[in-house]
Design a protein around this ligand. Structure first.
Ligand code: ATP
Ligand code: MG
Length: 413
């Protein structure tokens, strides 16, 4: 450990990374605004209970990934995901009465897991939630909004949408029993984690990342045979809606969300471009969640996507805007440069004023910041109330009266 290194699993977002990161978040925010999702945010930490109760005692997050601490007698946890906090906020504010609630969310999340490419301990998610709508139309819209975000980022074609249904609670009770029977017959070969889940939440075994478990899971009973007609109908409507919108998907009967509170639709946009980390955007329906937290029964559905994973998939990101460079020559030039620079910035032009050096050094500085044009101010120009504007791409230059300078610079846009 060295205090001069970032903590394992965390990273710095230097300007180049930050630009990609911002691009992902801004693009998503714009895309989901078209669907009526409004941005909101909740505190980065909550009472530990908020996550324990909602994610379930058997989830990976609660059993091993939470950053929990005690302060002033309170047990607190850095949020590992957004949905629990959003639902807590809905209950705290009695907001379910204004349903449907449609939220966009962005922020850092914290999970103590083994860091790898695309897997961090502090990462960022974008997230949407629609609360108060039990109809399959909400499922369709939420998935469509996810596809729209990926499309706007230029990566939709490099992802695959997998969807599944986890049925209603009646279906899950039937399925659960079949799973318990099946896994109990193979208990000796299951991982310790999965044996622990056997009684408490056998569905979670389907999500196991243990190789031995995966072999056993491969032959486990399929959910479809346990679906009630109502659950089957719900899922058919979701699939039909996606088909009508031209959103391609694969049915993946093994797709279960890692968390305990999901029902009906579960989905994941995956990619093969990020090594072992295949999920870029994942979500599902959580009708029981708000009630389980102690609020009134309120349905909900949403998704979350990792900003770092999306950033890694971006190909071209608009480069930083190119500034103009003011290059004073001589002491008089310097005096005028200071006020002119500020004047241009006030008018909305990005302007760099080299801090020191002679003309050639300042021209170098202008190239270093990738300036679009240099504005040279020397004694002769000052006498004539003008500046010389040099296009740094073409090398062409011309003298421009100071009153006309802004119009000339505007032409570079
Ligand atoms: P995984 O199967 O990769 O562990 P998950 O099921 O734990 O994912 P979710 O809780 O559904 O992930 O979170 C939604 C998205 O957040 C993921 O699809 C992924 O893009 C991102 N994400 C999750 N955990 C991490 C992490 N540790 N580092 C970076 N991104 C992450
Ligand atoms: Mg995980």
């Amino acid at each position: 450990m060295s205090a001069l290194q970032p903590v394992r699993g965390t990273h710095d977002l230097l300007p180049e990374d930050m630009r990609r990161h911002r691009h992902v978040v801004d693009t998503a925010r714009r895309a989901v605004a078209l669907y009526g999702y409004q941005e909101m945010s909740t505190p980065i930490f909550e009472f530990t209970e908020v996550f324990k109760r909602t994610l379930g005692d058997t989830s990976d997050i609660v059993t091993k990934e939470m950053y929990s601490f005690e302060r002033g007698g309170d047990h607190l946890t850095l949020r590992p995901e957004a949905t629990a906090g959003v639902c807590r906020a809905v209950i705290s504010g009695g907001l379910q009465q204004q349903a449907p609630l449609k939220y966009f969310y962005y922020g850092p999340m914290f999970r103590y897991e083994r860091p790898q490419k695309g897997r961090l301990r502090q990462f960022h998610q974008i997230d949407i939630e629609i609360i108060g709508i039990a109809e399959p139309l909400a499922d369709i819209e939420v998935i469509a909004a996810g596809a729209r975000v990926l499309d706007a980022l230029g990566i939709l074609k490099r992802t695959t949408l997998e969807i599944n249904t986890l049925g209603d609670s009646e279906s899950r009770t039937i399925y659960r029993q079949k799973l318990v029977d099946y896994f109990r017959a193979h208990q000796a070969r299951l991982s310790e984690d999965s044996v622990n889940r056997l009684e408490r939440n056998p569905l979670r075994i389907l999500d196991s990342k243990d190789d031995g478990d995966r072999h056993i899971v491969a032959d486990a009973p399929l959910f479809d045979d346990s679906l009630t007609p109502a659950a089957r109908d719900f899922f058919a409507k979701v699939c039909d809606g996606l088909n009508r919108l031209g959103i391609a998907f694969n049915r993946n009967q093994r797709l279960v969300r890692g968390l305990d509170y999901y029902c009906h639709t579960a989905f994941e946009f995956t990619t093969t471009e990020l090594g072992a980390q295949s999920a870029v955007l994942a979500g599902g329906r959580y009708d029981g969640l708000i009630e389980m937290m102690g609020g009134p029964p309120t349905p909900g559905i949403g998704w979350a996507a990792g900003v770092e994973r999306l950033s890694m998939m971006l190909r071209d990101v608009t480069p930083a805007p190119r500034p103009f460079a003011i290059v004073p020559v001589g002491p008089e030039g310097e005096a005028l440069a200071l006020t002119l620079t500020e004047d241009l910035r006030r008018a909305g032009f990005p302007v760099e004023l080299g801090y020191r050096g002679n003309m050639s050094r300042r021209m170098k500085a202008a190239n270093k910041v990738n300036a679009r044009a240099a504005i040279l101010i020397g004694e002769d120009e000052i006498k004539r109330g003008a500046a010389t504007v040099r296009d740094l791409d073409s090398g062409e230059q011309a003298e421009v009266p100071l009153q006309a300078l802004k119009d000339r610079l505007a032409q570079f846009r």
